[in-house]
Design a protein around this ligand. Structure first.
Ligand code: FES
Length: 129
């Protein structure tokens, strides 16, 4: 299986790995097929993502996707972050092998969960896909 140089880079040197104390939203999702888990922590200021961290117990493609996804949503508004698709994450990584595309879904879903966790904490209605 061929991975792009960007995937290898984000896998071996992941950005924004870790957790955030007193975060404003946490999203945790699992992939039923492989059992891998991804957790996203958000720090929100106004309607912007001031900081984001991730913990991923999963395959290399899932780790690279988490790393790239956090880079792409940092500093963005919640709405912009919500619109980040797993396809866009995979494209930013110069592609993922087709059978690993589902791994990038974890990032999209975990970001959605984290945003909705934040909205619920503020007493707002969660968003739908
Ligand atoms: Fe489980 Fe990639 S194989 S997320």
């Amino acid at each position: 299986m061929d991975y792009s140089a960007k995937v290898m880079d984000h896998f071996s040197n992941p950005r924004n790995m870790g957790s955030i104390e007193n975060s404003d939203g946490i999203g945790e999702v699992g992939n039923a097929k492989c059992g891998d888990i991804m957790k996203i922590f958000l720090k929100v200021e106004g309607d912007r993502i001031a900081d984001v961290k991730f913990q991923t117990f999963g395959c290399g493609a899932a780790i690279a996707s988490s790393s790239m996804a956090t880079e792409l949503i940092k500093g963005k508004t919640l709405e912009e972050a919500w619109k980040l698709s797993n396809k866009a994450v995979a494209e930013a990584l110069d592609g993922l092998p087709p059978i690993k595309m589902h791994c990038s879904m974890l990032a999209e879903e975990a970001i959605h969960e984290a945003i909705n966790d934040h909205l619920r904490k503020k007493g707002l209605e969660p968003w739908n896909d």
